[in-house]
Write a protein that binds this ligand. Structure first.
Ligand code: SF4
Length: 381
């Protein structure tokens, strides 16, 4: 499949966990919590005959409820949290001239592993903020578990993801911060489509329902994580406002949208100019990073996604997936953002409550323990 060419770990780890998830759903002693990645809401309609890019967020919630998940939550919520932590980290790096810049995003496991193998000298530039999936799961087993009087072991966490590289990410030893396995199972979009079919659910005909509250509220910023440039755009909306106390003059950052291999722009923030670049596809990323290493490119913040077009082009997404189809999926996510009342991560009311009730502040000790990680040099092969 496509993932073999774009993500260096997919071939090794493509083991279906569908059976394990069915078992967990049937086990009365397991409290099963599911999260869905941002891109899925613009791709899940395709296996059921719907047009690529059709927004199916409400149908997804209904289908997951019908499958028997105890809580239906959203990775977009955790994407907002990633922006809070990663944005705060960027602010700290911009202030400290001695620190490693550019800061480079680390939410894509295909890219992180590629970096560990091929650019170990840039590992200190990777954001220590975990990916949204890997922030969500330890919170489900601590923050959410406490409200239900449950232990971490009583909760079974399932992630619906666009790629098989997420199956590798969940096994990383440094990502077990809840005291137990943080993410129990990862299913791709195609695998969830299979489960929905097996259950006889007519997806295209479902009514819309809402995601559950507490870890289910998403902003437009969290949603556009699923397409190339989205993390950058979401981060700048928040960083700009934190630095200037004013809203970014244009929330739509067109310069980092679209399918050009490497995109760049500069944003005036107060008296400073923050230079950013976005690469999707590992070939484009390598070109950009070679320039950074050679001192030919000078950026403050770089977003890298391993898959062409970002997660809407992930190896676990429905077939077929031409460039046009990926563009339509990306547009579906921008349409959600455009119609959302809340389009900035720091305005997500559930994120505010999480900090008030549990984490304290971005980069707090608790946030560091549960939401940040580190990377390791790996042999080239
Ligand atoms: Fe997975 Fe998205 Fe990275 Fe592709 S770009 S490897 S789908 S996280």
């Amino acid at each position: 499949g496509q993932c073999v060419t774009v993500c260096p770990v997919g071939a090794l780890t493509e083991v279906s966990e569908v059976d394990k998830v069915w078992q967990a759903l049937e086990d009365e002693n397991q409290h099963v919590v599911v999260q869905t990645a941002p891109s899925i809401q613009a791709t899940m309609g395709e296996p059921f005959g719907m047009e690529p890019g059709t927004v199916v967020t409400g149908k997804l919630a209904t289908a997951l409820n019908q499958l028997g998940f105890d809580r239906v939550f959203s990775t977009d919520f955790a994407a907002d949290l990633t922006i809070m932590e990663e944005g705060s980290e960027l602010l700290a790096r911009l202030e400290d001239k001695e620190s490693n810049t550019p800061q480079i995003t680390s939410c894509c496991p295909g890219w992180v592993k590629f970096c560990e193998h091929n650019y170990p000298e840039l590992l200190d530039n990777l954001s220590t903020a975990k990916s949204p999936m890997s922030m969500f799961s330890p919170l489900a087993k601590t923050y959410y578990a406490e409200t239900k009087d449950l232990e971490a072991e009583d909760i079974y966490t399932v992630s619906i993801m666009p790629c098989t590289a997420k199956k590798f990410e969940k096994e990383r030893g440094e990502l077990q911060d809840s005291g137990t396995q943080d993410t129990d199972a990862v299913l791709t979009t195609r695998e969830l489509a299979r489960m929905i079919k097996e259950a006889g659910i007519k997806f295209a005909e479902l009514e819309d329902t809402e995601y559950d509250r507490m870890m289910g509220e998403a902003t437009g910023a969290g949603t556009i994580f699923g397409t190339t440039g989205g993390v950058m755009e979401a981060a700048l909306r928040t960083v700009y406002e934190k630095l200037t106390d004013e809203e970014l003059p244009r929330l739509d950052l067109d310069e980092v949208r679209g399918l050009k291999g490497v995109k760049e722009t500069a944003v005036e923030i107060g008296n400073d100019t923050v230079k950013v670049a976005v690469a999707h596809g590992l070939g484009n990323a390598a070109d950009l990073l070679d320039q950074v290493k050679a001192g030919e490119a000078n950026y403050d913040f770089i977003e890298v996604m391993a898959c062409p077009a970002g997660c809407v082009g992930g190896g676990g997404q429905p077939y077929p997936a031409s460039k046009e189809i990926k563009a339509k999926r990306g547009q579906g996510l921008y349409n959600i953002d455009q119609s959302d009342k809340i389009r900035k991560s720091h305005e997500n009311p559930e994120i505010k409550k999480l900090y008030e009730d549990f984490l304290g502040a971005p980069l707090s000790e608790k946030a560091h323990h549960l939401l940040h990680t580190n990377y390791q040099k790996r042999d080239k092969n």
